[in-house]
Design a protein. Structure first.
Length: 360
């Protein structure tokens, strides 16, 4: 929702006189991507087992995100050649890089294909490293994990400097290595909770802290450039919020997030993320310059229309593409695993028979 509101503002749904409130509410909406990166590291770590094979993990990740990503890139291509030429990718290599989720490594291509899928390119890099990262970090205890977490926060604070000093133009926002610390923070957070070593705030204070971190850029805007790295503060707040919610689940305390409607929205959120900007741009294309510039109330109505359309498309893609493709690919994995187990059992049986004494 935060990212959706952020992109509604970016597409100038509101006139200059009407955008103050939307900008205050959603001006920091891109922090939703940071939440996604931290949560991704947390959930993958929480669900991982010591005996997991790297190849199986990578296959499951491909089955989870790639089919729907390919369809979304196709939809973006249709939209770009028919209604919204501003997002058209003319360079075939840039389009191919987006298809295989490596476009964020090249600054000029970071929004090629489907513009929002640059974050999936970062996630693909995280997935590639996860088996190694989890083996290294799983062996650490509390103090070691805290050192790693603090080091990652330091890297986040220095990311603009690192991007500035790089030998070529890099973005601290979209270049995968500079977003990796957020993913690692999620891993560290999950391991601390597994060890029973997390002593962060409970849910009510965590919500307040996260809200302060979210609105801090808007609160500091009137006095000029922020004297502190608000992105790093936001990441700390988001990590504390994720841990607080997870702890309530572990303690089996009631949560509004466990309601069936919110669970269903969570299930379609990946599809919604992939198509929401395309929908926002499609709706805005009805205006001559693709920017509605409406008063507050009509702008809100148009934003709600865009949201409803994006949600409808997301439900369809979730049920008819995402779930079906994932089930098909996972069934293929299970078949291969069953065949492998069968061959292994046959080999063990043959070996046992060979070593057994001959019958009398």
């Amino acid at each position: 929702m935060a990212v959706f509101g952020y992109h509604v503002i970016a597409m100038q749904y509101f006139s200059d006189d009407a955008k103050a409130v939307p900008e205050f509410l959603f001006g920091a909406g891109n922090s939703g991507v940071a939440l996604f990166f931290i949560l991704s590291g947390f959930v993958l770590t929480w669900s991982s087992m010591p005996g997991d094979k790297s190849a199986s993990f990578w296959y499951r990740r491909v089955a989870r995100i790639w089919p729907l990503h390919v369809v979304a890139v196709g939809l973006a291509g249709i939209v770009s050649v028919s209604v919204v030429p501003a997002i058209r990718t003319d360079d075939p290599w840039a389009l191919l890089s987006n298809l295989f989720l490596v476009n964020s490594w090249h600054q000029d291509w970071w929004q090629a294909g489907n513009p929002v899928s640059w974050s999936l390119a970062c996630e693909a890099f995280f997935y590639a490293l996860f088996p190694l990262l989890i083996r290294l970090l799983r062996s650490l205890r509390k103090n070691g994990l805290l050192v790693v977490g603090l080091a990652m926060l330091g890297c986040l604070g220095l990311s603009p400097v690192i991007a500035e000093l790089a030998h070529r133009s890099l973005s601290g926002y979209s270049w995968p290595p500079l977003r990796l610390p957020e993913f690692v923070i999620g891993i560290v957070l999950a391991l601390l909770m597994r060890h029973g070593e997390w002593r962060g705030p409970r849910l009510a204070p965590a919500i307040v802290i996260a809200a302060i971190g979210y609105f801090l850029p808007a609160l500091l805007a009137p006095i000029g450039p922020a004297p502190i790295n608000t992105t790093m503060i936001s990441d700390i707040d988001l990590a504390a919020l994720i841990a607080a919610i997870a702890r309530r689940d572990l303690q089996q305390q009631p949560s509004a997030l466990a309601r069936p409607l919110l669970i269903k929205l969570g299930q379609v959120s990946f599809a919604f993320y992939l198509v929401h900007l395309l929908t926002i741009q499609l709706v805005a294309s009805a205006w001559p310059d693709d920017h509605p510039h409406l008063p507050l109330v009509p702008g809100l109505g148009l934003a709600l229309l865009s949201f409803a359309c994006a949600l409808g498309v997301a439900f369809a893609l979730h049920h008819f593409v995402e779930l079906k493709a994932q089930r098909f690919l996972m069934s293929r994995l299970r078949v291969r695993q069953d065949i492998r187990r069968g061959l292994l059992n046959d080999a063990r049986t043959s070996e046992a028979n060979a070593q057994a004494p001959p019958p009398r």
